[in-house]
Design a protein around this ligand. Sequence first.
Ligand code: SF4
Length: 494
Amino acid sequence: MTRPTPWSSGIASEDDDHPKEECGIFGILGQSNGDASAHTALGLHALQHRGQEAAGIVSFDGEHFHNHRALGHVGDNFNSEAVIGRLPGCNAIGHVRYSTTGETILRNVQPLFADFEFGGLAIAHNGNLTNAYGIRRRLVRQGCIFQSTSDTETIIHLVAISHYSTVVDRLIDALRQLEGAYSLIALTRRKLIGVRDPRGIRPLVLGRLEGGAHILASETCALDIIGAKFVRDVEPGEIIVIDEDGVRSIKPFAKTPSRFCVFEYIYFARPDSVVEGRSVYEVRKAIGAELARESHVPVDMVVPVPDSGVPAAIGYAQQAGVPFELGIIRNHYVGRTFIEPTQNIRHLGVKLKHNANAAKLRGKRIVLVDDSIVRGTTSMKIVEMVRNAGAAEVHMRISSPPTAHSCFYGIDTPATGELLASQLNVEAMARHIGVDSLAFISLDGLYRAVGLPGRDDETPEFCDACFSGDYPVRLVDVEEGPIPEQLSLLTERE
Ligand code: SF4
C-alpha cells in the first residue's frame, strides 16, 4: 500500500471526513476453468469499500503472468470480456487501493510484479510497513533501483537479494527484516501465498470454492460474492502456502500477542463480513447499545448518519427504546470522484451525498449516530443541515472513542495535529460542531461491545492506537524524523 509515509503523500479529502482504509486484497489458485481473473474482479468488487481509487489484477496461465492495473473503480476497469480475456489463467491475485491522484501514481498500483531468477512474483499488500524507509535507504545505497513510492516494493527488493533458495524462504527472510502491519497475498508460478503480520493487525481469510479452488481475501464478503465457503482466518504471524499439494501452514515468526485493528469493527470492514469470528454488523449494533447505556439523553428519535452509522444507530435505538428513523437520506449515486469545480459549489459538498429528511426532523429532539469524527468538517455540515431542517435538539453520539492519534498501520488519517480530538476536549468539540451534547463510546465500552470485560491495559486485545496512543508496533521511520532524500522519480506531491 501507499500511505503518507515519509516518501509519499496521502491527502485526505476534507469533504469525506473519515479515516480511509487503504487496501483490499484477493487471490485464487486452482480455478480449473481458467477464469481466475473474473473471480478476482468479483472479489475486488466486494472489497471496493477498502479502496476506491485504483485496482489491479495479475494472473498466471501456466506459462506467463499477465496484468492490468488502472485508476478508478473495479467495475469501471474490469467490466469487459476484453479486459478479463487479457488476464487468462487458473491463478490470479488482485488489489484495490485508496491512493493520491495523478497519472504517474499508476506505478504504485498493485499487485507489484517482479521477475526473479526463480520466476515471477506478484505481491498485493494491505497495511503499512513502519521501518521500510530505513531499509529502502540501505537498499538504494546497495544499488537497488526503486520504481514506485510504495513501501511494498521494499519486500520485492528484499526477496530479490535474499540468499535463500526457495521463494517461501526468501519471503520469510524479507519479512523478518520488516516491521509494521501487513496482510499479503503473493502469486508465483506454482503457489499462492498468504501472510499476516505477527500481530495480525489487518485481516486475511482463507476460503474454498466447491470445485476445489483456494481463495485468500481481506474479508469474508469477498468469499460470499463468488459462492466460496469460509474456511478460517489466517492466524497472526501465519504463512499459508497453497499449491498442487494442498494448503500448508508455516509460523516462522516469534510469537507475539495479537493486536487486530479494532477500527475494522467500527468502520472499515463491511457489515456483512465476519471478522475474527465476530459478525461486524452485530459488533456495530453492540457498540450502539453500549453507547446508549453510557450516554443516552431523552430524545424523540435516533437518526444514523448513513451509511456507516446505521448498525450502531439500530443498536442504540433498541437499547434506549427510542424510535429509529432515517432523518438523513444518502444519495447513492454520487461518486467519490464527483468534480466540485468552484469554491462556491464545494461548500455544498455534503449535500451532494446527504440530505435532511425535513418532514421527519421538524420540531424533534434527535440523537445523531456516526462512527467517528476526524477533522469534524463533515459533522459540522451535517449538524447544520439537520438544524436547518427544523430539529429542535441535536445530540451526537459517536461509535468510536475520540480519534486523537494518527494511524501508521495502513489507514489514511490526517496528521495528529489535524485531528479535532487532538486539539479539543469533548465539550469544546461539541461547541465546535454545534451540537447540544456530544459523547463518544469509552474505550472500555468498545471492548465490552466486542465481548470482552473491558480493555486490559497490560495486554490489550486489539490495536486501538488511534484512540489510546498505544502503538503496538514500533514507528521506526517516524521516530527517525523527516526524510531529506528523494528516493524515486516520484516526487512527494505528484
Ligand atoms: S491505529 Fe487505529 S486504525 Fe490504525 S490499525 Fe490501530 S486501531 Fe486500526
